[in-house]
Design a protein around this ligand. Sequence first.
Ligand code: ATP
Ligand code: MG
Length: 323
Amino acid sequence: MIQINEDSSFISIENYLTSMGWLKEKEHLINITKAGEGNMNVVLRVTTNLRSIIVKQSRPFVQKHQDIPAPLNRIVVENTFYSAIQSGAIKKHFPAIIGFDTESYSLVMEDLGGCDDMNFIYEQRSISNQNLDTLIAVSHHIHSTVPPTNFPLNLEMRELNHQHIFVLPFKKDNGFSLDTIQPGLQKLSIPFKEDLDLREQVTLIGEKYLSKGNTLLHGDYYPGSWMAKDDHLYIIDPEFGFVGFAEFDMGVMAAHLIMATHDISYLRKIKNSYPSLLDTQLLKKIAGIEIMRRLIGLAQLPLSRTLEEKRELLMISKNMILS
Ligand SMILES: Nc1ncnc2c1ncn2[C@@H]1O[C@H](COP(=O)(O)OP(=O)(O)OP(=O)(O)O)[C@@H](O)[C@H]1O
Ligand SMILES: [Mg+2]
């Protein structure tokens, strides 16, 4: 098993890629750089004399915080997800897969090139109708894909996410002071952390998140997984994928559009444009929980807002959860 990182010698990576049959004839390495800002895995951009490819490798820990264990199999989930959606109309919205190595837990894929993730919508405070429509159409195609019978339960990743979405943000003594994010945020968060009605709803939805459903999900459908290239939109990073319920992906999506725009009508827009029936209550609760956990939990976003704006979003999300 080879461990790949930014400082690996060209020759060792070239030998590895060649031994796997992933390089073309007369193809050799020219450069290796970090592909972008990720935390969980090693993600490298490997430039050759012919093209550029992305090599993503999982480790038994979070790459950026190596004292935090993380399931090694997440890259298997990612590969199985990409294989499942490689037919049909949505293929063009995902990077093509070049190869997968089960022994080294590495996935090699097409480099999407000059792309930016869509985190810019928090700053821009809007999203185009075209992007909104595409995101809904792509998610619906994912959800309409019959999940392969071997699709992993991905329970360890879900348990990790469950802690960060449904448990830690609502715990007063979670060891994380929100004032390090923004002075005053800790105090602002207390009433929400102490609200027992909220806690009860969040616990219930958290149990649903961990239970088995029947719809293939991306599992992390938010601007960090959406890549915009000119007019085209790509979706990456399905390592949190699982077979669950569509309202999870759509609620998370709604949450991020509401955080970006402060416009709650995105819930209705998503519900109305999504071609299948969504449970409005469930959609709302997921969206509310996602907004709240992104504001008062550990997994913060590049969302620069005043305390007053955050208070407004927290009130909106509380009403959504208790609706
Ligand atoms: N196929 C690709 N083409 C171009 N750039 C890519 C590709 N895959 C990943 N990247 C870049 O690398 C970054 C990290 O990739 P990715 O999100 O898959 O890694 P990760 O370790 O799972 O990150 P996170 O910790 O956010 O989950 C992306 O934000 C993007 O900028
Ligand atoms: Mg990831």
